[in-house]
Design a protein around this ligand. Structure first.
Ligand code: EPZ
Length: 430
Protein backbone atom coordinates (compact mmCIF):
# COMPACT_ATOMS: atom_id res chain seq x y z
CA UNK A 1 0.00 0.00 0.00
CA UNK A 2 1.38 3.44 -0.87
CA UNK A 3 2.08 5.98 1.87
CA UNK A 4 3.22 9.56 2.18
CA UNK A 5 6.29 10.22 4.30
CA UNK A 6 6.71 13.85 5.38
CA UNK A 7 9.32 15.88 7.23
CA UNK A 8 7.38 18.73 8.80
CA UNK A 9 8.28 22.21 9.96
CA UNK A 10 9.02 23.75 6.55
CA UNK A 11 6.94 26.84 5.64
CA UNK A 12 5.37 26.34 2.20
CA UNK A 13 6.33 29.07 -0.24
CA UNK A 14 5.67 29.66 -3.94
CA UNK A 15 2.85 29.16 -6.45
CA UNK A 16 0.50 26.22 -7.07
CA UNK A 17 -1.88 25.62 -9.97
CA UNK A 18 -5.36 24.27 -9.10
CA UNK A 19 -7.04 21.65 -11.34
CA UNK A 20 -10.67 21.13 -12.38
CA UNK A 21 -13.33 20.47 -9.75
CA UNK A 22 -13.73 16.73 -9.14
CA UNK A 23 -17.33 17.07 -7.93
CA UNK A 24 -18.37 19.17 -10.92
CA UNK A 25 -16.59 16.81 -13.32
CA UNK A 26 -18.32 13.69 -11.95
CA UNK A 27 -21.75 15.21 -12.66
CA UNK A 28 -20.76 16.72 -16.02
CA UNK A 29 -19.24 13.47 -17.31
CA UNK A 30 -22.50 11.71 -16.43
CA UNK A 31 -24.56 14.44 -18.12
CA UNK A 32 -22.45 14.16 -21.29
CA UNK A 33 -24.15 10.89 -22.29
CA UNK A 34 -27.51 12.69 -22.65
CA UNK A 35 -26.73 13.60 -26.27
CA UNK A 36 -25.96 11.30 -29.22
CA UNK A 37 -23.40 13.80 -30.43
CA UNK A 38 -19.79 14.11 -29.28
CA UNK A 39 -19.02 16.17 -26.19
CA UNK A 40 -15.53 17.48 -25.42
CA UNK A 41 -14.69 18.17 -21.79
CA UNK A 42 -11.52 20.01 -20.71
CA UNK A 43 -9.81 20.79 -17.39
CA UNK A 44 -10.71 17.35 -15.99
CA UNK A 45 -8.72 16.50 -12.85
CA UNK A 46 -6.62 13.38 -13.41
CA UNK A 47 -7.78 11.61 -10.23
CA UNK A 48 -9.02 8.11 -9.48
CA UNK A 49 -12.72 8.99 -9.10
CA UNK A 50 -12.80 10.57 -12.58
CA UNK A 51 -11.00 7.64 -14.17
CA UNK A 52 -13.38 5.13 -12.54
CA UNK A 53 -16.44 7.05 -13.76
CA UNK A 54 -15.03 7.16 -17.30
CA UNK A 55 -14.69 3.36 -17.12
CA UNK A 56 -18.32 3.11 -15.95
CA UNK A 57 -19.46 5.30 -18.87
CA UNK A 58 -17.51 3.16 -21.34
CA UNK A 59 -18.91 0.12 -19.54
CA UNK A 60 -22.49 0.95 -20.58
CA UNK A 61 -21.37 1.32 -24.20
CA UNK A 62 -20.50 5.00 -24.73
CA UNK A 63 -17.37 5.87 -26.70
CA UNK A 64 -14.83 7.48 -24.37
CA UNK A 65 -11.76 8.96 -26.02
CA UNK A 66 -9.07 10.32 -23.67
CA UNK A 67 -7.37 13.16 -25.62
CA UNK A 68 -4.91 13.87 -22.81
CA UNK A 69 -4.91 13.59 -19.01
CA UNK A 70 -7.30 16.54 -18.65
CA UNK A 71 -9.38 16.30 -21.86
CA UNK A 72 -11.91 13.67 -22.94
CA UNK A 73 -14.38 13.23 -25.80
CA UNK A 74 -17.56 11.26 -25.05
CA UNK A 75 -20.25 10.03 -27.44
CA UNK A 76 -23.27 8.40 -25.85
CA UNK A 77 -24.99 7.29 -29.08
CA UNK A 78 -23.74 3.73 -28.77
CA UNK A 79 -25.03 3.16 -25.23
CA UNK A 80 -26.72 -0.24 -25.17
CA UNK A 81 -26.77 -1.15 -21.52
CA UNK A 82 -28.82 0.96 -19.09
CA UNK A 83 -27.50 -0.91 -16.10
CA UNK A 84 -24.34 0.32 -14.37
CA UNK A 85 -22.05 -2.38 -13.02
CA UNK A 86 -21.77 -2.74 -9.22
CA UNK A 87 -17.96 -2.54 -9.28
CA UNK A 88 -18.17 1.11 -10.29
CA UNK A 89 -20.69 2.32 -7.71
CA UNK A 90 -18.72 0.42 -5.08
CA UNK A 91 -15.68 2.52 -5.98
CA UNK A 92 -17.46 5.88 -6.36
CA UNK A 93 -20.87 6.87 -5.05
CA UNK A 94 -21.19 9.60 -7.68
CA UNK A 95 -21.84 6.95 -10.32
CA UNK A 96 -25.41 7.52 -9.16
CA UNK A 97 -25.48 10.60 -11.43
CA UNK A 98 -25.82 8.04 -14.24
CA UNK A 99 -29.28 7.32 -12.78
CA UNK A 100 -30.48 10.84 -13.52
CA UNK A 101 -28.73 10.99 -16.90
CA UNK A 102 -29.95 7.59 -18.19
CA UNK A 103 -33.47 8.12 -16.81
CA UNK A 104 -33.58 11.60 -18.33
CA UNK A 105 -32.52 10.41 -21.76
CA UNK A 106 -33.74 6.78 -22.02
CA UNK A 107 -36.50 6.78 -19.36
CA UNK A 108 -34.82 3.78 -17.77
CA UNK A 109 -31.80 3.24 -15.54
CA UNK A 110 -30.48 0.53 -13.24
CA UNK A 111 -27.75 1.60 -10.83
CA UNK A 112 -26.62 -0.36 -7.75
CA UNK A 113 -27.48 1.36 -4.46
CA UNK A 114 -24.44 3.31 -3.29
CA UNK A 115 -23.24 2.14 0.11
CA UNK A 116 -22.64 4.55 2.96
CA UNK A 117 -19.13 5.79 3.27
CA UNK A 118 -16.66 6.77 5.92
CA UNK A 119 -18.35 10.10 6.66
CA UNK A 120 -21.94 9.01 7.09
CA UNK A 121 -24.87 6.90 5.93
CA UNK A 122 -25.59 9.19 2.95
CA UNK A 123 -29.13 8.18 1.97
CA UNK A 124 -30.52 8.98 -1.50
CA UNK A 125 -34.20 9.34 -0.59
CA UNK A 126 -34.34 12.88 -1.99
CA UNK A 127 -32.99 11.70 -5.35
CA UNK A 128 -35.73 9.03 -5.47
CA UNK A 129 -38.38 11.54 -4.34
CA UNK A 130 -37.42 13.74 -7.32
CA UNK A 131 -37.46 10.88 -9.85
CA UNK A 132 -40.91 9.78 -8.64
CA UNK A 133 -42.23 13.34 -8.81
CA UNK A 134 -41.17 13.38 -12.49
CA UNK A 135 -43.27 10.29 -13.12
CA UNK A 136 -40.74 7.48 -12.77
CA UNK A 137 -41.37 4.19 -10.98
CA UNK A 138 -38.41 3.63 -8.69
CA UNK A 139 -37.82 0.29 -6.96
CA UNK A 140 -34.94 -1.23 -5.07
CA UNK A 141 -34.31 -4.72 -6.44
CA UNK A 142 -31.35 -6.98 -5.69
CA UNK A 143 -29.35 -4.09 -4.28
CA UNK A 144 -29.97 -1.84 -7.26
CA UNK A 145 -32.19 1.15 -7.93
CA UNK A 146 -34.43 0.43 -10.92
CA UNK A 147 -35.94 3.64 -12.29
CA UNK A 148 -38.19 3.68 -15.32
CA UNK A 149 -40.96 5.81 -16.77
CA UNK A 150 -43.52 5.60 -19.56
CA UNK A 151 -43.25 9.35 -19.81
CA UNK A 152 -41.42 11.85 -17.65
CA UNK A 153 -43.19 15.12 -16.97
CA UNK A 154 -41.99 18.30 -15.27
CA UNK A 155 -43.22 18.88 -11.71
CA UNK A 156 -42.84 21.11 -8.66
CA UNK A 157 -40.36 19.44 -6.29
CA UNK A 158 -39.42 20.63 -2.80
CA UNK A 159 -36.27 19.04 -1.35
CA UNK A 160 -36.60 18.16 2.36
CA UNK A 161 -32.81 18.43 2.73
CA UNK A 162 -30.39 20.72 0.86
CA UNK A 163 -28.63 18.03 -1.16
CA UNK A 164 -26.01 18.60 -3.86
CA UNK A 165 -26.46 15.12 -5.30
CA UNK A 166 -30.25 15.20 -5.32
CA UNK A 167 -30.26 18.70 -6.86
CA UNK A 168 -27.96 17.59 -9.68
CA UNK A 169 -29.67 14.23 -10.26
CA UNK A 170 -33.09 15.90 -10.55
CA UNK A 171 -31.69 18.49 -12.98
CA UNK A 172 -30.37 15.61 -15.11
CA UNK A 173 -33.63 13.61 -14.99
CA UNK A 174 -35.80 16.65 -15.82
CA UNK A 175 -33.64 18.32 -18.50
CA UNK A 176 -35.48 16.46 -21.31
CA UNK A 177 -38.82 15.92 -19.50
CA UNK A 178 -41.68 17.70 -21.28
CA UNK A 179 -43.14 20.59 -19.25
CA UNK A 180 -41.58 22.66 -16.49
CA UNK A 181 -39.82 21.52 -13.32
CA UNK A 182 -39.41 23.84 -10.35
CA UNK A 183 -36.89 22.57 -7.82
CA UNK A 184 -37.09 24.32 -4.43
CA UNK A 185 -34.62 24.22 -1.55
CA UNK A 186 -31.96 23.35 -4.13
CA UNK A 187 -28.23 23.23 -3.34
CA UNK A 188 -26.30 26.32 -4.53
CA UNK A 189 -22.76 24.90 -4.75
CA UNK A 190 -20.55 26.14 -7.63
CA UNK A 191 -20.59 22.67 -9.12
CA UNK A 192 -24.40 22.73 -9.32
CA UNK A 193 -24.04 25.92 -11.39
CA UNK A 194 -21.34 24.28 -13.51
CA UNK A 195 -23.60 21.32 -14.35
CA UNK A 196 -26.46 23.67 -15.29
CA UNK A 197 -24.14 25.76 -17.47
CA UNK A 198 -22.85 22.60 -19.12
CA UNK A 199 -26.34 21.31 -19.91
CA UNK A 200 -27.40 24.75 -21.17
CA UNK A 201 -24.40 24.69 -23.52
CA UNK A 202 -25.93 21.46 -24.90
CA UNK A 203 -29.28 23.20 -25.49
CA UNK A 204 -31.00 22.63 -22.14
CA UNK A 205 -33.14 25.33 -20.56
CA UNK A 206 -32.15 25.61 -16.89
CA UNK A 207 -32.49 28.85 -14.95
CA UNK A 208 -31.73 29.81 -11.36
CA UNK A 209 -28.84 27.42 -10.66
CA UNK A 210 -26.87 28.90 -7.77
CA UNK A 211 -30.08 30.00 -6.05
CA UNK A 212 -32.42 27.79 -4.03
CA UNK A 213 -35.08 27.74 -6.78
CA UNK A 214 -34.07 26.14 -10.07
CA UNK A 215 -36.46 26.18 -13.06
CA UNK A 216 -36.01 23.59 -15.81
CA UNK A 217 -37.97 23.60 -19.08
CA UNK A 218 -37.62 20.17 -20.69
CA UNK A 219 -36.16 20.10 -24.22
CA UNK A 220 -36.49 17.43 -26.95
CA UNK A 221 -32.82 16.98 -27.68
CA UNK A 222 -29.39 17.92 -26.40
CA UNK A 223 -26.48 18.54 -28.78
CA UNK A 224 -22.70 18.49 -28.79
CA UNK A 225 -20.63 20.98 -26.83
CA UNK A 226 -17.11 21.77 -25.72
CA UNK A 227 -16.80 22.66 -22.06
CA UNK A 228 -14.14 23.37 -19.44
CA UNK A 229 -14.71 22.37 -15.81
CA UNK A 230 -14.53 25.09 -13.11
CA UNK A 231 -11.53 25.08 -10.73
CA UNK A 232 -11.73 22.85 -7.65
CA UNK A 233 -12.47 25.10 -4.67
CA UNK A 234 -11.75 22.25 -2.25
CA UNK A 235 -8.32 21.53 -3.69
CA UNK A 236 -7.65 25.28 -3.54
CA UNK A 237 -8.82 25.53 0.07
CA UNK A 238 -6.66 22.56 1.03
CA UNK A 239 -3.53 24.34 -0.22
CA UNK A 240 -4.63 27.58 1.48
CA UNK A 241 -4.75 25.78 4.83
CA UNK A 242 -1.44 24.05 4.12
CA UNK A 243 0.09 27.53 3.76
CA UNK A 244 -1.58 28.67 7.00
CA UNK A 245 -0.58 25.61 9.04
CA UNK A 246 3.08 25.78 7.97
CA UNK A 247 3.45 29.56 8.45
CA UNK A 248 4.01 29.93 4.73
CA UNK A 249 3.23 32.27 1.85
CA UNK A 250 1.51 30.63 -1.14
CA UNK A 251 -0.13 31.96 -4.31
CA UNK A 252 -2.94 29.56 -5.24
CA UNK A 253 -3.57 30.03 -8.98
CA UNK A 254 -6.41 29.19 -11.43
CA UNK A 255 -9.20 29.63 -8.90
CA UNK A 256 -12.44 31.60 -8.69
CA UNK A 257 -11.96 33.67 -5.49
CA UNK A 258 -15.71 34.07 -5.02
CA UNK A 259 -16.02 30.28 -4.52
CA UNK A 260 -13.46 30.51 -1.70
CA UNK A 261 -15.04 33.33 0.32
CA UNK A 262 -16.03 31.24 3.36
CA UNK A 263 -12.56 29.65 3.47
CA UNK A 264 -10.74 32.97 2.98
CA UNK A 265 -12.76 34.65 5.72
CA UNK A 266 -11.94 31.87 8.24
CA UNK A 267 -8.25 32.10 7.35
CA UNK A 268 -8.38 35.85 8.03
CA UNK A 269 -10.16 35.20 11.34
CA UNK A 270 -7.27 33.00 12.52
CA UNK A 271 -4.73 35.66 11.56
CA UNK A 272 -3.72 34.99 7.94
CA UNK A 273 -3.48 37.67 5.27
CA UNK A 274 -5.54 36.64 2.22
CA UNK A 275 -5.10 38.68 -0.95
CA UNK A 276 -7.55 38.12 -3.83
CA UNK A 277 -6.66 38.51 -7.53
CA UNK A 278 -8.78 37.81 -10.65
CA UNK A 279 -8.00 34.11 -10.74
CA UNK A 280 -5.74 33.57 -7.72
CA UNK A 281 -5.57 34.03 -3.98
CA UNK A 282 -2.45 34.54 -1.88
CA UNK A 283 -2.33 33.24 1.70
CA UNK A 284 0.36 34.60 3.99
CA UNK A 285 0.47 33.17 7.52
CA UNK A 286 1.76 35.06 10.54
CA UNK A 287 3.99 33.54 13.21
CA UNK A 288 1.11 32.52 15.45
CA UNK A 289 -2.44 31.59 14.45
CA UNK A 290 -5.37 32.08 16.79
CA UNK A 291 -8.58 30.28 17.57
CA UNK A 292 -12.02 30.65 15.98
CA UNK A 293 -15.30 28.74 15.79
CA UNK A 294 -16.70 27.26 12.58
CA UNK A 295 -19.88 25.43 11.57
CA UNK A 296 -20.17 23.63 8.25
CA UNK A 297 -23.19 24.61 6.14
CA UNK A 298 -24.43 24.26 2.55
CA UNK A 299 -22.85 26.77 0.14
CA UNK A 300 -22.20 29.66 0.54
CA UNK A 301 -21.59 28.62 4.17
CA UNK A 302 -18.32 27.06 5.28
CA UNK A 303 -17.90 23.83 3.26
CA UNK A 304 -18.00 20.45 5.02
CA UNK A 305 -15.25 19.29 2.63
CA UNK A 306 -12.96 21.86 4.26
CA UNK A 307 -13.82 20.85 7.84
CA UNK A 308 -10.86 18.50 8.57
CA UNK A 309 -8.43 21.00 7.05
CA UNK A 310 -9.44 23.87 9.36
CA UNK A 311 -9.59 21.53 12.36
CA UNK A 312 -5.96 20.39 12.04
CA UNK A 313 -4.92 24.05 11.60
CA UNK A 314 -6.84 25.05 14.74
CA UNK A 315 -5.02 22.24 16.56
CA UNK A 316 -1.87 24.41 16.40
CA UNK A 317 -3.63 27.79 16.83
CA UNK A 318 -3.61 29.62 20.14
CA UNK A 319 -6.76 29.25 22.26
CA UNK A 320 -9.85 27.07 22.21
CA UNK A 321 -11.94 26.52 19.04
CA UNK A 322 -15.18 24.69 18.31
CA UNK A 323 -15.75 22.96 14.96
CA UNK A 324 -19.37 21.93 14.32
CA UNK A 325 -20.18 19.49 11.50
CA UNK A 326 -23.81 20.01 10.49
CA UNK A 327 -23.84 18.11 7.18
CA UNK A 328 -22.50 14.61 7.88
CA UNK A 329 -22.77 12.51 11.00
CA UNK A 330 -19.34 10.96 11.10
CA UNK A 331 -16.73 13.35 9.81
CA UNK A 332 -14.34 13.53 12.79
CA UNK A 333 -12.54 10.23 12.29
CA UNK A 334 -9.22 12.06 11.89
CA UNK A 335 -9.46 13.20 15.55
CA UNK A 336 -7.95 9.93 16.86
CA UNK A 337 -5.13 10.27 14.34
CA UNK A 338 -4.09 13.84 15.15
CA UNK A 339 -4.39 13.06 18.88
CA UNK A 340 -1.45 10.73 18.26
CA UNK A 341 0.44 13.76 16.95
CA UNK A 342 -0.20 15.61 20.20
CA UNK A 343 -3.41 17.45 19.30
CA UNK A 344 -5.82 18.36 22.10
CA UNK A 345 -9.19 17.56 20.48
CA UNK A 346 -12.38 16.23 22.05
CA UNK A 347 -15.34 15.17 19.91
CA UNK A 348 -18.77 15.55 21.48
CA UNK A 349 -21.68 14.69 19.17
CA UNK A 350 -21.32 16.76 15.99
CA UNK A 351 -18.79 19.16 17.50
CA UNK A 352 -15.06 19.01 18.17
CA UNK A 353 -13.53 21.15 20.91
CA UNK A 354 -9.92 21.92 20.00
CA UNK A 355 -7.39 23.50 22.38
CA UNK A 356 -4.43 24.66 20.34
CA UNK A 357 -0.99 23.28 21.20
CA UNK A 358 2.32 24.93 20.24
CA UNK A 359 3.38 22.21 17.83
CA UNK A 360 2.28 18.76 16.69
CA UNK A 361 4.85 15.98 16.55
CA UNK A 362 5.25 13.57 13.65
CA UNK A 363 3.64 10.12 13.95
CA UNK A 364 2.38 7.24 11.84
CA UNK A 365 -1.29 7.96 10.97
CA UNK A 366 -3.93 6.52 8.65
CA UNK A 367 -6.22 8.43 6.29
CA UNK A 368 -9.85 7.59 7.16
CA UNK A 369 -11.34 9.33 4.07
CA UNK A 370 -10.47 11.73 1.27
CA UNK A 371 -10.56 15.14 3.00
CA UNK A 372 -9.41 13.86 6.41
CA UNK A 373 -6.47 12.25 4.60
CA UNK A 374 -5.52 15.58 3.05
CA UNK A 375 -5.85 17.20 6.49
CA UNK A 376 -3.45 14.64 8.00
CA UNK A 377 -0.91 15.62 5.33
CA UNK A 378 -1.36 19.26 6.41
CA UNK A 379 -0.81 18.18 10.03
CA UNK A 380 2.36 16.31 9.00
CA UNK A 381 3.65 19.33 7.05
CA UNK A 382 3.29 21.51 10.15
CA UNK A 383 4.50 18.95 12.72
CA UNK A 384 7.97 18.58 14.14
CA UNK A 385 9.69 15.44 12.80
CA UNK A 386 8.56 12.68 10.46
CA UNK A 387 4.93 11.75 9.72
CA UNK A 388 3.86 8.70 7.74
CA UNK A 389 0.33 8.75 6.29
CA UNK A 390 -1.06 5.31 5.41
CA UNK A 391 -4.03 4.54 3.11
CA UNK A 392 -3.32 7.45 0.78
CA UNK A 393 -5.48 5.78 -1.89
CA UNK A 394 -8.30 7.85 -0.36
CA UNK A 395 -6.36 11.06 -1.01
CA UNK A 396 -5.55 10.03 -4.57
CA UNK A 397 -9.30 9.85 -5.28
CA UNK A 398 -9.58 13.63 -5.25
CA UNK A 399 -6.12 15.27 -5.39
CA UNK A 400 -4.10 15.26 -8.60
CA UNK A 401 -0.29 15.02 -8.13
CA UNK A 402 -0.76 16.08 -4.49
CA UNK A 403 2.78 15.33 -3.32
CA UNK A 404 4.32 16.86 -6.48
CA UNK A 405 2.42 20.11 -5.99
CA UNK A 406 3.41 20.21 -2.30
CA UNK A 407 7.07 19.52 -3.20
CA UNK A 408 6.99 22.45 -5.64
CA UNK A 409 6.11 24.60 -2.60
CA UNK A 410 9.17 23.38 -0.71
CA UNK A 411 7.60 20.50 1.24
CA UNK A 412 9.72 17.49 2.12
CA UNK A 413 7.23 14.77 1.11
CA UNK A 414 7.58 11.52 -0.80
CA UNK A 415 5.13 8.85 -1.96
CA UNK A 416 6.61 5.51 -0.85
CA UNK A 417 5.53 1.89 -0.66
CA UNK A 418 8.10 0.21 1.54
CA UNK A 419 9.91 0.57 4.86
CA UNK A 420 13.15 0.68 2.88
CA UNK A 421 12.03 3.80 1.05
CA UNK A 422 10.99 5.35 4.38
CA UNK A 423 14.48 4.69 5.78
CA UNK A 424 16.03 6.22 2.67
CA UNK A 425 13.84 9.33 3.15
CA UNK A 426 14.84 9.59 6.81
CA UNK A 427 18.53 9.39 5.90
CA UNK A 428 18.14 12.00 3.17
CA UNK A 429 16.25 14.58 5.22
CA UNK A 430 18.22 13.95 8.42
C1 EPZ B 1 -21.55 16.01 -2.40
O1 EPZ B 1 -21.96 14.81 -1.78
C2 EPZ B 1 -20.04 15.90 -2.52
N1 EPZ B 1 -19.71 14.74 -3.36
C3 EPZ B 1 -19.42 15.75 -1.14
O2 EPZ B 1 -18.01 15.78 -1.33
C4 EPZ B 1 -19.82 16.95 -0.28
O3 EPZ B 1 -19.32 16.75 1.01
C5 EPZ B 1 -21.34 17.07 -0.25
O4 EPZ B 1 -21.86 17.14 -1.59
C6 EPZ B 1 -21.80 18.31 0.51
O5 EPZ B 1 -21.26 19.44 -0.11
C7 EPZ B 1 -19.81 14.87 -4.69
O6 EPZ B 1 -20.19 15.90 -5.20
C8 EPZ B 1 -19.41 13.66 -5.51
P1 EPZ B 1 -25.43 15.92 -0.16
P2 EPZ B 1 -23.56 14.46 -1.73
O7 EPZ B 1 -26.45 15.14 -0.90
O8 EPZ B 1 -24.20 15.03 -2.94
C9 EPZ B 1 -28.25 14.27 3.25
C10 EPZ B 1 -15.79 15.05 -1.23
O9 EPZ B 1 -15.02 15.05 -0.26
N2 EPZ B 1 -29.03 13.63 2.18
O10 EPZ B 1 -25.33 17.39 -0.40
O11 EPZ B 1 -23.70 13.02 -1.45
C11 EPZ B 1 -26.89 13.65 3.42
O12 EPZ B 1 -26.94 12.52 4.25
C12 EPZ B 1 -17.23 14.62 -1.03
O13 EPZ B 1 -15.48 15.43 -2.38
C13 EPZ B 1 -30.24 13.01 2.49
O14 EPZ B 1 -30.66 12.97 3.65
O15 EPZ B 1 -23.99 15.30 -0.45
C14 EPZ B 1 -26.11 14.78 4.04
O16 EPZ B 1 -26.38 14.80 5.43
C15 EPZ B 1 -17.47 14.08 0.37
N3 EPZ B 1 -30.97 12.44 1.49
C16 EPZ B 1 -26.73 16.04 3.42
O17 EPZ B 1 -27.98 15.62 2.88
C17 EPZ B 1 -30.55 12.47 0.18
O18 EPZ B 1 -31.25 11.95 -0.70
C18 EPZ B 1 -25.91 16.66 2.30
O19 EPZ B 1 -25.59 15.63 1.40
C19 EPZ B 1 -29.31 13.11 -0.12
C20 EPZ B 1 -28.58 13.68 0.90
Amino acid sequence: MEQYVIKGGIPLRGEVEIGGAKNAALAILSASIMTDETVTIENLPDVRDINVLLEAIAGIGAVVQRIDKSTVKINGSTIGDLSVDYEYIKKIRASYYLLGALLGKYKKAIVPLPGGCNIGSRPIDQHIKGFKALGADVDIKNGAIVAKAENLRGNHIYLDVVSVGATINIILASAMAPGRTILENAAKEPHVVDVANFLNSMGANIKGAGTDVIRIKGVEKLHKTEYSIIPDQIEAGTFMFAAAATGGDVLVKSVIPKHLEATSSKLEEIGCIVEEFDDAVRVCAPGKLHHTNVKTLPYPGYPTDMQPQIAVTLAISEGSSIVTESIFENRFKYADEIRRMGANIKVEGNSAIINGVGKLTGARVSAPDLRAGAALVIAGLSAEGITIVDDIVYIQRGYERFEEKLKSLGAEIEKVSSEKEIQKFRLRVG
